[in-house]
Ligand binder design. Structure first.
Ligand code: SF4
Length: 315
């Protein structure tokens, strides 16, 4: 698989672009995730010409459409930033990004809960950074997160699973449109989709099965929308446990009574959050290899992202 292209707030990679010439280097992003990712750094404030160092800014006014104001000289930079941002997102279309990691708490780059000050100088945590808002509107289904939220291990796992899935989907888009390629992709991702959304699992199954009557471009677009929507919905221990039980059903003939009992107990322990997901997944993977189960061994669900990231050790 080619490296995954991800947009990122430049300061998170250690670039000295903050208003005080500092940075906010995130070691996980640079050293660990960076092995699999080609970053496209973006610093809205430096790139739109405000310079480094520069005066600090914050958001003011209506949280739904706030103004970007310099805190000391009170210059309104909103129009300047928005004009630049609208051009920058069009340039970013060419990068075919699989997602974006924004810097939290920034009036330009933050994706949620950014302070917006009212006329009395009292902040409410209801804003979105000016560039982040324009980016998310331009690429509505693209996975986005901020560095703060990625410290939550469930959110981290979900985000990384989505960017890897999108990379695999982009590989399919790079091939000739064919029934075989779409069916193959869907078949390998079925259980991953089921773990996120049983409803999308049904819809996507019907879409792929009924594909004869839909033009290729519409079919691929509809499939992509459903894929991205489904993976945005979070997995839960209950949904994962249902998928694991479903997989267990493929070994009805081969497993002894004791082995079935042990596997069932491991799945229930996971459902109760006594053990992490990696434990039942490892046990099932062992049976998949041992019995060379042809459908399950192709399932991305068992191996959605590199083991070295240890993402399922904590969820
Ligand atoms: S938070 Fe955004 S605008 Fe601020 S320094 Fe980082 S990349 Fe630049």
């Amino acid at each position: 698989m080619e490296k995954i292209k991800l947009g990122v707030s430049s300061c998170l990679l250690g670039e000295n672009v903050r208003y005080d010439s500092g940075h906010k280097l995130d070691r996980f992003l640079l050293d660990t995730l960076g092995k699999y990712v080609e970053y496209v750094p973006v610093c809205p404030e430096a790139e739109c010409g405000l310079g480094v160092p520069r005066e600090a800014m914050h958001l003011e006014g209506d949280p739904a459409s706030p103004h970007l104001i310099t805190t000391r000289t009170r210059q309104d930079m909103t129009r300047h930033m928005m004009t630049w941002a609208h051009k920058r997102v069009v340039q970013l279309e060419k990068e075919a990004l699989c997602g974006f990691i924004f810097k939290s708490d920034s009036p330009s780059s933050g994706v949620e809960r950014i302070k917006v000050y009212n006329e009395k100088g009292i902040p409410v945590n209801k804003g979105v950074g000016i560039f982040a808002r324009i980016f998310m509107k331009h690429f509505p289904l693209l996975p986005v997160e901020d560095d703060g939220r990625l410290h939550d291990l469930n959110l981290r796992e979900n985000f990384i699973e989505r960017i890897f899935a999108l990379r695999r989907w982009r590989d399919i888009l790079g091939k000739k449109e064919s029934k075989g390629n779409l069916v193959d992709f869907h078949t390998r991702h079925k259980l991953l989709i089921l773990a996120h959304s049983p409803k999308h699992y049904q819809l996507m199954g019907k879409l792929v099965a009924g594909q004869k009557n839909i033009p290729w471009q519409d079919l691929y677009e509809q499939y992509q929308t459903l894929l991205l929507e489904s993976l945005e919905l979070k997995t839960t221990p209950k949904k994962n446990a249902n998928v694991l039980q479903h997989m267990m059903g493929y070994f009805r003939q081969q497993l002894s009574v004791d082995e079935k009992k042990e596997l069932m107990e491991v799945i229930e322990d996971y459902r109760e959050s006594y053990i992490p997901l990696i434990v039942p997944v490892t046990l099932i993977s062992h049976y998949v290899r041992q019995y060379d189960q042809p459908y399950l061994k192709e399932q991305v669900y068992l191996n959605p992202h590199p083991l070295e990231l240890q993402l399922r050790n904590h969820v």
